[in-house]
Design a protein around this ligand. Structure first.
Ligand code: G6P
Ligand code: MG
Length: 216
């Protein structure tokens, strides 16, 4: 069977990772502590709820259940504010072309993202029609590094886990793909994404044939 590709969204297809960071930083600051870009690496790919738990641990802060829920709503409100203007211009370099080449090659494509805002973002950047299956934060209950999101994507595509190639920018996402026994291409820094099978800085100039050759 032809392998299929599963793409993470934030930081892989679209440049929203910076807006998640800004919104979390704003929340941390409002709670009286700072939150650095270095700390943010741990949050990439991690669900909204798990991210807040991690931030509170980093800041040594405890919230009541009500305050916790209110903080989640505030963060998402800010995030939605930041991405209000988002459009195809924020698609990461080479990502749309790579996606198109994968489809032209005859491979099936799924989204595997922890984000509950995934469909909204795909609509805004006009890539929604490029996916055969979309598994997002509304469809899963376990956060990456749990493999649930990618296993569900494989199931929706009707392919075996071992026939899937995942594209991920986050440590937790790379681990999730590994935990699903899938192949994984890291998008970003080799130093950070050491558990990926291989890492590219971005999709510029990347061809699906080269990716397949690496795994053959
Ligand atoms: C992605 C991002 C995370 C984000 C998560 C939930 O995986 O990498 O930074 O926390 O999705 O996103 P949401 O849009 O539902 O808050
Ligand atoms: Mg990501």
């Amino acid at each position: 069977m032809k392998p299929a590709c599963i793409f993470d969204l934030d930081g892989v297809i679209v440049d929203t990772a910076k807006y998640h960071y800004l919104a979390w930083k704003r929340l941390a600051n409002s709670l009286g502590f700072d939150f650095t870009e270095h700390d943010n690496e741990q949050l990439k790919g991690v669900s909204r709820i798990e991210s807040l738990k991690l931030i509170l641990r980093l800041g040594g802060k405890q919230l009541s259940e009500l305050e916790f829920d209110a903080a989640l709503i505030r963060k998402n409100g800010w995030y939605l504010e930041y991405i209000q203007q988002i459009g195809p211009g924020e698609i990461l370099p080479g990502a749309a072309e790579f996606l198109r080449s994968v489809r032209e090659y005859g491979m099936r494509v799924a989204l595997g993202s922890a984000s509950k805002n995934a469909v909204l973002i795909l609509e805004r950047i006009q890539l929604l029609d490029q996916f055969d299956a979309i598994v997002d934060g509304n469809k899963v209950s376990k956060a990456k590094p749990d493999p649930e999101v990618f296993l569900k994507a494989a199931e929706e595509l009707g392919v075996q886990a071992e026939d899937c190639i995942v594209f991920e920018d986050a440590v937790a996402g790379v681990q999730a793909a590994r935990n699903a026994a899938m192949k994984v291409v890291g998008i970003g820094s080799e130093a950070v994404l050491q558990q990926a099978h291989f890492v590219v800085p971005n999709f510029m100039g990347l061809r699906i044939e080269n990716v397949l050759a690496r795994f053959s």
